[in-house]
Design a protein around this ligand. Structure first.
Ligand code: GLY
Length: 254
C-alpha cells in the first residue's frame, strides 16, 4: 500500500533556510492549512499518511523529502547540505526502520532528497550547494547491488534538482530547460514549463496520479494538453520557505 511520511509545519518556519528567494513573511496558520490540505489530497488518492509531530526547533522540517531516498529494496538516509537541517534525519530513522533496510550517507558527503530524481533504476542527483560528489559515490556503493546507477547532474538557478525537473510518467519529465539540460536525461520525453513560470517543474507523482499547484496555470495547461489532469493543491505559503510539493512527503510502497 502507498504510504506517505509527512511532518507538521514547524512554528519556526519563518527562520527557514533561503537560497534563491528573498525572505517574506510566512503566515504560519495558512502554511498549516495548506499542509493539511496536501495530506488530505494524498488520502484522497488512497495513500496512508503517517504524520510526524512538529519539530519546533527545526524550521525546515516540514520538507521531509530531503531526509531520505526510499527505493523498493532499501532506503538511504541523507546528510542534508545545510547544517540547520542535519538534525531532521534522526526522527526519520525511527519512522523508516520498520519498512526498509537503511543506509546512511556519511561526511564529507552531503545530499538533500530534493536533489534526487529516481526514474526506474536510474538515479539523478543534482550537483547543487546541498549535494556533492562524495554523497553520489556513497550512494553508488550502496545501490549498485540493487541494479541502480547514480549520476550527478548540473543544476543552475534553483535550490534543488526537483525544482527544475520531476517525473510525470514512466518516460516523461516536466522540466525547466533554463535550469537543467534535457540531454542529461537520455531516453526521456519532456514537457517544458512555460518560460514565465520558472518554478513550475515540481509535480508530485503518486502512483500514476499527479498532484500539482494552481499557481502555474500556463504550465498546467501544457500538462493538460499532454493528457495529464492533476489534482490541485495550493502550496504557495510553503513556497515562501523555498519548498514545493514533492518536498512535503516521503512516499513509498509499505
Ligand atoms: N527552505 C528549504 C531549504 O532551504 O532547504
Amino acid at each position: 500500500m502507498l504510504t506517505a511520511i509527512t511532518r507538521a509545519v514547524s512554528r519556526s518556519i519563518v527562520n527557514c533556510e533561503l537560497t534563491h528567494l528573498e525572505r517574506v513573511p510566512i503566515d504560519l496558520e495558512n502554511a498549516r492549512r495548506q499542509h493539511h490540505a496536501y495530506e488530505e489530497v494524498l488520502r484522497a488518492l488512497g495513500v496512508e499518511v503517517h504524520p510526524l509531530p512538529e519539530e519546533p526547533d527545526l524550521p525546515d522540517s516540514v520538507f521531509v523529502e530531503d531526509t531520505a531516498i526510499i527505493l523498493e529494496e532499501c532506503a538511504v538516509l541523507t546528510r542534508p547540505g545545510a547544517d540547520s537541517r542535519k538534525p531532521e534525519v534522526e526522527s526519520i530513522v525511527q519512522a523508516l526502520a520498520p519498512y526498509r533496510t537503511l543506509y546512511r550517507v556519511a561526511a564529507p558527503g552531503t545530499v538533500d532528497g530534493g536533489d534526487v530524481l529516481t526514474v526506474g533504476k536510474r538515479i539523478f542527483v543534482g550537483l547543487t550547494r546541498r549535494s556533492n560528489q562524495s554523497a553520489i559515490e556513497q550512494m553508488q556503493e550502496f545501490l549498485k547491488p540493487f541494479g541502480y546507477t547514480v549520476r550527478g547532474v548540473p543544476v543552475t538557478g534553483c535550490l534543488h534538482l526537483k525544482s527544475a525537473v520531476t517525473q510525470v510518467a514512466e518516460k516523461k519529465l516536466l522540466i525547466n530547460p533554463a535550469w537543467v539540460r534535457e540531454s542529461d536525461f537520455p531516453g526521456m520525453d519532456f514537457i517544458e514549463v512555460d518560460p514565465s513560470e520558472p518554478y513550475a517543474a515540481n509535480v508530485l507523482m503518486v502512483g500514476e496520479k499527479l498532484v500539482y499547484q494552481p499557481t502555474y496555470p500556463k504550465t498546467l495547461a501544457r500538462l493538460e494538453a499532454a493528457g495529464f489532469h492533476p489534482l490541485l493543491v495550493d502550496a504557495s505559503e510553503l513556497a515562501k520557505a523555498e519548498g514545493a510539493l514533492t518536498c512535503c512527503s516521503l512516499i513509498f510502497n509499505a
